[in-house]
Design a protein around this ligand. Structure first.
Ligand code: SF4
Length: 345
């Protein structure tokens, strides 16, 4: 499997918790950006199994997605995803994406509770999130994911259940549920809001896992849940340590056995004929990566002698061994960093 990731570095406005690289949207720059992506694509004539437009807010360049996709060679039936913010999506945008060949949408819903959305500084309200998903479905999108944020200021298990309950009633096939993390170089980092403490966060996470599973969304990764057959093929490439090409400022790649990244600098990307790529790991340790990435997955990793010995140091409630594979339980996912450190020590 080979994936293609395109980082679209534009947003209408920066959300106060967000550390992803993006600049304020400008039409002129977005046109130059599409041209630069096309230039860089010519260096990668491979056939891709998945294409993922992330960001930033890729739906802001919906009119340019078909232009970019025309340059991509992808396999018949390839998964082609675009991240969408409910506030920039309307029928025109969705039709453009559909006509371009996009077959999977990932909506940044975060919550369906107005107070929580306001606390996160999001531009959309619950109603526009519902409407965006319903419109996408009416237009024929059958593979729709929604992002859900856990540990939001003022969030309770009750308000989380209400959001999950309503979300699962919408025509979606996949949920990504991430804990809010306060990143240092963000407005929240400089002026932190009051967020649920660690115990409360754990309670919210376990409640989300239980509730989503009950509603038919099987947990297949620490933060990801899907109806049968709707696991994100693109993200599985990352977690199974398979290769992918990243294009655009801040995009990462794992290609020809090396890991590298493009600097977080839009101006430089637009001006260069070929994007600058900086090695982050020229010789990745395969074993370490297998443990680090594979244990994020419900399918886990093949058990070997070394792991078997180290697992004696890990409490039994945190992992399971089935059919010669080891994987973490939801409680184990909560402390996965410590477990992985123990296994690799
Ligand atoms: S959360 Fe999404 S919309 Fe908000 S600033 Fe980050 S990338 Fe942009």
């Amino acid at each position: 499997m080979l994936g293609l990731y395109i980082h679209v570095p534009f947003c209408v406005r920066k959300c106060p918790y967000c550390d992803f690289y993006s600049e304020k949207f400008s039409r002129t720059e977005s046109e130059k950006f599409a041209a630069a992506v096309v230039r860089n694509l010519k260096r990668y004539p491979e056939i891709f199994d998945t294409v993922y437009f992330g960001g930033g807010t890729p739906a802001l360049i919906s009119g340019k997605i078909s232009e970019i996709l025309r340059e991509v060679r992808f396999r018949e039936g390839a998964e082609i995803t675009v991240e969408c913010n409910p506030d920039v999506v309307n029928e025109r945008v969705l039709v453009e994406l559909k006509n371009a060949g996009v077959n999977r949408l990932s909506f940044g819903v975060q919550s369906l509770n107005e107070r929580e959305l306001a606390a996160l500084g999001r531009l959309h309200g619950a109603e526009s999130a519902r409407k965006a998903i319903l419109t996408a479905h009416e237009l024929g999108f059958e593979n729709i994911s929604a992002d859900l944020m856990l540990g939001v200021p003022q969030q309770s298990v009750k308000s989380l259940y209400e959001t999950i309950d309503e979300l699962c009633g919408l025509p979606i096939t996949h949920v990504s549920a991430y804990l809010l993390k306060i990143e240092p170089n963000t407005p929240f980092g400089k002026n932190p809001p009051e967020i649920p403490d660690e115990d409360k966060q754990a309670e919210l996470y376990l409640a989300a896992v239980e509730q989503l599973e009950k509603r038919g969304f099987r947990q297949y990764e620490i933060s990801n849940f899907a109806k049968n057959g709707f696991e994100s093929r693109h993200n599985l490439i990352y977690w199974r340590a398979e290769e992918y090409v990243g294009i655009g400022p801040a995009a990462h790649s794992y290609y020809n056995g090396k890991r590298f990244a493009v600097p977080r600098n839009l101006a430089e990307f637009l001006e260069s004929d070929v994007q600058r790529e900086v090695f982050t790991d020229e010789n990745p340790d395969k074993y370490e990566e297998k443990v680090l990435l594979g244990l994020r997955l419900r399918e886990g990793i093949l058990l070997d002698e070394r792991l078997e010995k180290r697992l004696k140091l890990v409490p039994k409630e945190y992992f399971r061994v089935e059919d010669g594979r080891v994987s973490l339980t939801p409680r184990g996912f909560l402390v996965s960093n410590q477990i992985i450190a123990t296994l690799l020590r």
